[in-house]
Design a protein around this ligand. Structure first.
Ligand code: ZN
Ligand code: ZN
Ligand code: ZN
Length: 319
């Protein structure tokens, strides 16, 4: 079934209406994992595997959808690609438990997918992400991430581009480089730093344990990184996911999203970063998004970033 996009007339953004997603398997038993080697998706042994999502929210083929628009509503085919990235054959592993070399290879796979999907003429944005944990709504536990290749620039990215352009026009410098400089100066929210990347809980974090990883060098996407930078990116991702799991001693639920520049066009003021969001606000407490976040668009963060940064630094010390 082809994916459809419906235009939200007052939020001015697309909503994906995807019928087939409802048929997704929900937490199959251990021996029925479709992502394990020998399962339905990957018949052969693999190291890292990428395949198209069987239940895509965006579909490659939408020629059966006739786009229409009247004076109020608009509908188009949701033409895009949804891929699943299997991090490892080991069902019980996770980003935090994988050897560093495996994450290094994964970074190269992400770069390859960004370039490859980005070269498709109908794709404007390649979005790499991982949902981890049942409280985030993950239906399969096998370590994996996903990639959505969009036919448009998603609204959050669009907003970030707009803000960074405005900032540059006013101050003649990069918004993200300025944030990084400020966070390094303030210091209290910095969690970890290696030669090429910094991880910090941003001053303005919306979620408890929200953490951002910025490249120290001003660059927009994975292909612009040197090989060395990519290896350091793997290192900091490993450190941060280990630190999350070690905070309370259980598998930490999170969303990890890559914010890179769009694949077509020129975005000199955009700056590569990764954002992690969590819903844990204490060892046995979960922050649910509810009326104020969903209905008013204002986030209430119950855990100040300075406190979560200290918890994360302590977690790293105990690793
Ligand atoms: Zn599995
Ligand atoms: Zn920058
Ligand atoms: Zn961002």
């Amino acid at each position: 079934m082809s994916s459809k996009l419906r235009w939200h007339p007052f939020l001015k953004e697309w909503v994906i209406v995807a019928g087939k997603v409802q048929e997704r398997p929900v937490l199959p038993a251990r021996n029925a994992c479709p992502l394990c080697y020998g399962g339905v998706e990957v018949p052969k042994p693999f190291d890292i595997a990428v395949f198209e999502n069987r239940y895509p929210s965006l579909t490659k083929e939408t020629s059966d959808i006739i786009p229409w628009e009247d004076d109020l509503y608009k509908l188009e085919g949701g033409r895009g690609v949804c891929e699943v990235v299997l991090y490892t054959m080991d069902h019980d592993s996770s980003m935090s438990r994988m050897p560093l070399e495996q994450i290094e290879k994964l970074v190269l796979v992400w770069e390859d997918r960004y370039k490859d999907l980005g070269s498709l003429d109908f794709i404007k944005y390649v979005f790499i992400f991982e949902n981890r944990g049942e409280i985030i709504g993950v239906s399969l536990h096998h370590p994996h991430g996903q990639i959505y290749a969009f036919p448009y620039i998603p609204p959050i990215i669009e907003k970030e581009i707009k803000s960074s352009n405005e900032f540059y026009n006013q101050k003649n410098k990069c918004l993200f480089c300025s944030i990084l400089e400020r966070e390094l100066n303030d210091g209290v929210r910095v969690v970890y730093e290696n030669k090429h990347f910094v991880a910090f809980m941003p001053f303005y974090g919306r979620y408890p344990f929200e953490l951002h990883i910025y490249s120290k060098r001003h660059l927009g996407s994975l292909p612009e990184m040197t090989y060395t930078e990519k290896m350091y990116l793997a290192e900091i991702i490993q450190k941060i996911t280990k630190a999350y799991d070690n905070v309370y001693g259980f598998n930490f639920s999170y969303m990890m999203v890559f914010h890179q520049k769009p694949v077509k066009g020129d975005f000199p003021n955009y700056h590569f970063h990764i954002e992690f969001y969590s819903l844990h606000r204490a060892k046995d407490k979960i922050k649910y998004l509810a009326g104020v976040e969903s209905g008013a668009g204002t986030f209430i963060n119950p855990l100040p970033p300075e406190e979560s940064a200290e918890l994360m630094r302590d977690s790293i010390r105990r690793l």
